[in-house]
Structure formats: structure tokens, C-alpha cells
Ligand binder design. Structure first.
Ligand code: NAD
Length: 451
């Protein structure tokens, strides 16, 4: 079935029907209507799978993708336009162009944590760029997986866009085919498998992976504001956010004061737990609870395996030797480490993999310059968390172990396009300078002009 679908999509792409502006626009509008008219069902599925409140489900999934599809609709013509670029003087009577063209048939694989957004957002880029697409949502958020499958497969011709569901064995079979691009969002471990499989066919990839994203707080930071923005970024979706602050690095002089406001903020934000999300499944619940050292819990500490709930938890006196610092947490546990000098933080972070995000809370411009100038990370914020992801004018993606490539807004369009560069030469003149025989005079002229 996968084999025939792949062939069908390749054949459809070759008809060139996905390329015209009118087609792309019509399809993006169809997608928009699909999202708008099913927003309640999507939010309902996200509630079942991850306990998402309607506010979180709308802002991070439904509203997020609606904003993106509207942006694509508004900008499509400009993005698609062939652009004239400059031509060096030695190429006489020539004009040069960059013409975006769709890559072809692409595969989009999604993770479980934002199961709607992280399939639809790359799809918007793939459609705007004029590709056909096979989508493989995560198999764990069952209600969302089934809904995305039904909605997409009812809305689009399978030769153009089709959802395939199943576990990792299905993903593995999907990866056997020579796509024109693979867009993967998920763990670094599976990202490596995808990259290896793609290499067989020289398929270009975008890998949106994870990692441990640090949050640094220095002694000049306004602690109350920092606590609010960190609690928001860490505990949204019960900590299952790729760019969530994984752990805190706070300057020793303000550590106790920070932990105090952190606890007050959590109490204030989550007076009861009806808006707090749940962990996706028992495997992740057990993984999370096994990394907690009860002697270091400074806030929270309860958990309920039956309902898959772990309320916000803070761990104090944490060091790199603790289990919680060994892998990406991806849950509502916030470890706090301390430092004396920002140089120590920088050298510690340089000794670890490049993270997907980094957040810095400071009023000190010199610290800001030092941290952002010397550390490499996918993206981030000064005095905030998460918000870079929701600005579509910024490229979003990782670096090193946290990923390859970027998307969002126009970056999504370019990710799914091949930028075809070409020259067009006038026919009326054909100076013989470039042609043999290469005389001394021609060579002297070339050496003068081409430098
Ligand atoms: P995952 O890597 O376990 O799964 C992602 C997808 O890969 C799923 O669709 C799954 O079916 C498939 N898969 C799993 N095992 C496979 C295998 N052996 N072969 C082929 N395919 C396989 O990730 P997850 O647990 O769903 O998501 C959590 C991870 O994703 C975290 O590391 C998180 O940081 C990362 N993430 C990154 C971003 C980003 O934008 N960079 C966004 C969300 C999540």
C-alpha cells in the first residue's frame, strides 16, 4: 500500500498540477477551512490525549496553525515569485534569476507532544511550495492521530496529500522510499535513524530534534518576572515541549530568593490541576518518575500513575551527576543548579551538546553579549521563554545534536523548495572573449576584469 501510494504521489507530482499559484492557493484555503471548521474536535482530541486545556490547545495548535496558513495564503505569490539577482560584470548581456520550485513528494513525520501543530505546520510549507506529501503522525496521541487521519484524508486527494498511521514499523517502511525531502520532528535517537535511511537515497532532511535547553538567571534579573515566564514555559503541556526550559542555572547569590518566588508563582498559576496537562503514557510517566531524587524535591513531589498526572515539581541542589541531568526531561520536573560566574556556565554548556533553545534572564548587557556571542543553540530568548517559536519571521530549528534545518513562515516555504538558479543570456551579442583559442590578449583582459 505504501509502495503504491508513493508511486501515485510521484506520478501526480509529475503532472505539474501542484505547481500553479491558483492550485496552491485553493488547497491552502481548503486546509484553513478544515482547521477552522473542526477546531472544537481538534481541541477535544488534544484534551483526551494530553489533557490540554482549551486555551493551550487553541494557542499552541489550532490558532498557531491558523495563523501560519493565513500567512502562507497572504504571502504565497511573493514567495513563489522568480527573483532577479545581480550578475557580475564579466558576464556581459546576461540576467540572473532564482526560481523556487517544489521538491516533489515529501514525507512529514510528527512527534506526540503537539500532535496536530507539528504535522500541520510543516504541511503548510510543503503545500505552499507545491509538493505532494505523505504524513505520519505520532501513534501515541490516539484521538488526535485518528482525527488528523480522517480530516486530511477526507479533505485531500490521496495522490496529493495522505495520512498514514501506525507504529514505528510503519514509519520504518515509509522511510524505505526515495522522497524528495523528509521533514522529521522527534527525538535525537530516532532522528539519527531517519538521517541514515534518507542518506541511502540522498534525500535532503529537516530534523527538528530535542535536547536539554538551559535557562540562565543572573543576579541582576527581576526574579518575579523571570519566575512567571519560566513557569509558563516549563509547565505548558505538562513540560512536554521541545523548547521548554529543561533546567535552571541560577547565580548562587539569588538562588534562595528565586526558589521562593518560583514556588509562589506555581501556586498562583496552578491553584487546581484542571488546566494542567497529563503525561502521554505509562512509559514516559515511569521514565520521568525514575529520574526524581526525592531528597532533592523542593516543590511538589506527588504523582498519579492512574491518571498520568505529575503536578509541577522543582528539584534543588541539583548537579550534573543527578539522573535528571542525564537526558532531556520532557516533563514537569524543573531542576535548579547554581553557578558563581557566568564564565563557568559558558564552559559547562560548551562541554555539552548544542541545545535546541537557551533562555537568559538578565539586565546586564555584557552578560547578554557574552552568552549569546559565545554559545551555539537553535534559538532562544532574553528575558523570556518559548516565544521565539511563535514569531513566524524567525527561522525555527536546532543546531548540532538538536537538529538540521529550519522552518516557520517563509523559511518553511524555502525548506520545501529547491532554489533553482539560472542565467539568461541575450542573443544579439556574443563577444568571443570566453571562447578558445585563448590568446594572450584575452587572458590579460580576463585577469583584469575577473577579480
Ligand atoms: P520519537 O522520536 O519517539 O517519535 C517521533 C516519530 O518517530 C513518531 O512518529 C514515531 O512513530 C517515529 N518513530 C519512533 N521510533 C522510530 C523508529 N525506530 N524508526 C522510525 N520511526 C520511529 O519522539 P516523541 O517521543 O514523539 O517526541 C519527543 C521528542 O521530540 C523530544 O525529544 C522532543 O524534544 C522532540 N521534539 C522536537 C521538536 C522540535 O521542533 N525540534 C518538537 C517537538 C518534539
Amino acid at each position: 500500500m505504501i509502495e503504491s501510494l508513493f508511486k501515485e504521489q510521484k506520478a501526480y507530482f509529475k503532472t505539474d498540477q501542484t505547481k500553479p499559484y491558483a492550485f496552491r492557493l485553493e488547497m491552502l484555503k481548503k486546509l484553513k477551512t478544515m482547521i477552522e471548521s473542526n477546531s472544537e474536535a481538534i481541541e477535544g482530541a488534544l484534551k483526551i490525549d494530553l489533557g490540554k486545556s482549551p486555551f493551550e490547545a487553541y494557542t499552541t495548535e489550532v490558532g498557531f496553525t491558523l495563523h501560519s496558513v493565513n500567512m502562507a495564503i497572504r504571502n504565497l505569490k511573493g514567495w513563489m515569485r522568480k527573483k532577479r539577482v545581480r550578475t557580475p560584470i564579466y558576464q556581459l548581456f546576461t540576467r540572473s534569476y532564482v526560481m523556487p520550485e517544489p521538491k516533489g513528494t515529501v514525507l512529514i513525520i510528527g512527534p506526540y507532544n503537539y500532535p496536530f501543530q507539528l504535522i500541520i505546520e510543516p504541511l503548510i510549507g510543503a503545500m505552499a511550495a507545491g509538493n505532494t506529501a505523505i504524513l505520519k503522525p505520532s501513534e501515541f496521541p490516539k484521538a488526535t492521530e485518528a482525527l488528523v487521519e480522517r480530516l486530511i484524508n477526507e479533505t485531500f486527494d490521496p495522490a496529493y496529500i495522505k495520512v498514514i498511521t501506525g507504529d514505528h514499523t510503519v514509519t520504518s517502511k515509509l522511510l524505505d522510499h526515495p522522497y524528495d525531502h523528509i521533514f522529521f520532528t522527534g527525538s535525537t535517537r530516532v532522528g539519527q535513524i531517519v538521517y541514515e535511511k534518507a542518506a541511502k537515497h540522498l534525500t535532503p532532511v529537516t530534523l527538528e530534534l530535542g535536547g536539554k535547553s538551559p535557562t540562565i538567571i543572573d543576579e541582576t534579573a527581576p526574579l518575579k518576572v523571570a519566575a512567571r515566564r519560566i513557569v509558563f514555559g516549563k509547565f505548558i503541556n505538562a513540560g512536554q515541549t521541545c523548547i521548554a526550559p529543561d533546567y535552571i542555572y541560577v547565580q548562587e547569590t539569588v538562588k534562595d530568593a528565586f526558589i521562593k518566588v518560583l514556588k509562589e508563582t506555581i501556586n498562583q498559576f496552578y491553584p487546581d490541576d484542571h488546566t494542567f496537562g497529563s503525561i502521554i503514557n505509562e512509559r514516559h510517566f515511569d521514565r520521568l518518575t525514575s529520574m526524581i531524587d526525592p531528597s532533592k524535591v523542593a516543590y511538589g513531589g506527588q504523582s498519579d500513575r492512574k491518571t498520568l498526572h505529575i503536578p509541577p515539581m522543582v528539584m534543588d541542589h541539583v548537579t550534573r551527576a543527578d539522573d535528571v541531568m542525564k537526558e532531556e526531561i520532557f516533563g514537569p520536573i524543573l531542576p535548579v543548579m547554581t553557578y558563581q560566574s557566568i564564565d563557568d556556565v559558558i564552559s559547562d554548556l560548551k562541554a555539552h551538546e548544542k541545545p535546541l533553545a537557551l533562555y537568559l534572564f538578565t539586565k546586564d548587557k555584557a552578560v547578554e553579549k557574552k552568552v549569546f556571542g559565545s554559545l551555539s543553540f537553535g534559538g532562544g530568548a532574553v528575558n523570556d521563554t518559548l516565544m521565539h517559536v511563535s514569531n513566524p519571521y524567525l527561522p525555527f530549528g536546532g543546531v548540532g545534536a538538536s537538529g538540521i534545518g529550519t522552518y516557520h513562515g517563509k523559511y518553511s516555504f524555502t525548506t520545501f523548495s529547491h532554489m533553482k538558479g539560472y542565467v539568461k543570456k541575450r542573443l544579439f551579442a556574443d563577444p568571443p572573449i570566453a571562447y578558445p583559442p585563448y590568446t594572450k590578449a584575452k587572458e590579460a583582459l580576463v585577469r583584469r576584469v575577473m577579480r
